[in-house]
Design a protein around this ligand. Structure first.
Ligand code: FAD
Ligand code: SF4
Length: 460
């Protein structure tokens, strides 16, 4: 008989006043007893609606049933058979829009904490990793560009099929946004490193400091004997609003701000990465990137941190948990406000940001009510730092240096339903194709592309 509690089993978190002074993980995860209790809430539904919300097809009720029985290793094996990065997904997937959004327990009460259970299994097994058996090589080589979740998934699936896979990453560290974007307090980097190590144990070779399009071209990768190439180069090119004052000292793109902190460790003693010691920060945007920037700024010592977002709280695209945590940490939400210009002082340093109040009008093509300016409502907010977190697009370098590779008007690589690009033998997936999206969608694309690359090479 299932546990019929309406709410999820609570999870332990670092108290807000403590955690804003450190970069340690906020949510501490279930104990074995808590995990078994939460798993007991699953109804093991006959038609498994939760699984339809998972782009990598995790057999959700099957793994949860194992957790309920205390068979954690078996639960982990079920997850791992389709998901290469469970410790990551358990922490950062927008479960409320995916598996948990479809869970029938959510109709009356809270859905089963599928993400928390996935995280529990992955963490439980983290230090008990079994010896990986390296698959026998099938003699075929594939190159993978980038090392974010799409590429890591494609590389892992291909390696399991016996391919000799080499990943080429532009940065000095592998992991993509998981390493340079999402902060330590949400996704400890040690976890990402361990997931990557598991792929290396499968035989995946990772080469860092390799900017494809500069050090080597896609055509050269093919000339080197790779029979297919997967491009998972993400969408790392920041967008700005095009308003006055964006070149003032103290204006960052979220990408630059978070990279300085996460990848270049500006938050740690002993690292020389420069970063402004801000007093008051405006973060423009309402997604996960905006929440991460705001919460990082708070931890870097800023007294006042504002989220400036042109729609209302109901439309914030960030994961619910991140918004909740940001509010607990004292981030102030200045919703229904849109920046008009950034004002500087005599030394060209940011002094304030001028915003105009908005109201919600008719729904736009995305179905969300579109914001409309309230005339004459301009006002300023005193800040010394502005972080732009209004979206990113794919870097044009690979397209520019690869004849035959087409992109759409947003600069995203054009692919067919098999994730094949317009160039023979070249596949792509993740943010490079969709524009900025989610980890799990990038992983789903990497998985699909790996299966298609296998078919392509076998059919040659
Ligand atoms: P990326 O992770 O962007 O990886 C691309 C990699 O390719 C990078 O390492 C890059 O250096 C490399 N590269 C680029 N060009 C080249 C080149 N020419 N040669 C070699 N290498 C190259 N999603 C969620 O689901 N949940 C979240 O909570 C969440 N939070 C986020 C927070 C932040 C701050 C950001 C920025 C994104 C967040 N996302 C979140 C989105 C998610 O991280 C991305 O959708 C996902 O990482 C995309 O994966 P990817 O493999 O396509 O690309
Ligand atoms: Fe369990 Fe919810 Fe999936 Fe039903 S929908 S099987 S209750 S996780």
């Amino acid at each position: 008989m299932a546990d019929m509690s309406l709410n999820k089993t609570p999870i332990t978190e670092q108290p807000p006043q403590e955690r804003i002074c450190n970069f340690k993980e906020v949510t501490l995860g279930y104990t074995a007893d808590e995990a078994m209790k939460e798993a007991g809430r699953c109804l093991n539904c006959k038609n498994k609606p939760c699984t339809t919300g998972c782009p990598v097809n995790v057999r959700i009720p099957d793994f949860i049933a194992k957790v309920a029985e205390g068979k954690f290793e078996e639960a982990y094996d079920i997850i791992k058979s389709t998901n290469a990065l469970p410790a990551v997904c358990g922490r950062v997937c927008p479960q409320e829009n995916q598996c948990e959004g479809k869970c029938v327990r959510g109709i009356k009460g809270e859905p089963v904490g599928i993400g928390r259970l996935e995280r529990f299994c992955a963490d439980y097994m983290m230090d008990k990793q079994k010896q990986t058996v390296k698959p026998v090589s099938n003699g075929h080589k594939v190159a993978v560009v980038g090392s974010g979740p799409s590429s890591l998934t494609a590389a892992g699936d291909l390696a399991k099929l016996g391919y000799e896979v080499t990943v080429y990453e532009a940065f000095h560290t592998a992991g993509g946004v998981l390493m340079y974007g999402i902060p330590e307090f949400r996704l400890p980097k040690e976890i990402v490193r361990k997931e990557i190590k598991a792929l290396e144990d499968l035989g995946v070779k990772i080469m860092t400091n390799m900017v494809i399009g500069k050090v080597l071209s896609v055509d050269e990768l093919i000339e080197m004997g790779n029979e297919a190439v997967f491009i998972g180069s993400g969408a790392g090119l920041p967008r700005f609003m095009g308003i006055e004052g964006e070149s003032l000292i103290g204006v960052y793109s979220a990408n630059e701000y978070l990279t300085r902190i996460n990848l270049m460790k500006a938050y740690k003693d002993g690292y020389e990465t420069p970063i402004l010691q801000s007093e008051s920060v405006a973060v423009v945007g309402g997604g996960n990137v905006a929440m991460d920037s705001a919460r990082s700024a708070k931890r870097m010592g800023a007294k006042n941190v504002y989220i400036v977002y042109r729609r209302s709280m109901d439309e914030l695209p960030a994961r619910k948990e991140e918004v909740h945590h940001a509010m607990q940490e004292g981030i102030e939400f200045k919703v229904l406000n849109n920046p008009v210009r950034i004002i500087g002082d005599e030394n060209d340093r940011v002094k304030s940001i001028e915003v105009v109040s908005m109201e919600l009008g008719e729904p736009d093509e995305s179905g969300r009510r579109s914001p409309v300016e309230i005339k004459g409502s301009e006002h300023t907010i005193d800040v010394d730092t502005v972080i732009m977190a209004i979206g990113t697009s794919p870097n044009p370098l690979i397209k520019k240096t690869t004849p035959g590779l087409e992109t759409n008007k947003r600069g995203c690589l054009v692919v067919d339903e098999a994730n094949a690009t317009t160039k023979d033998g070249v596949y792509a997936g993740g943010d490079a194709v969709t524009g900025a999206a989610t980890v799990i969608l990038a992983m789903g694309a990497g998985k699909k592309a790996a299966a298609e690359i296998d078919k392509y090479i076998k059919s040659k």
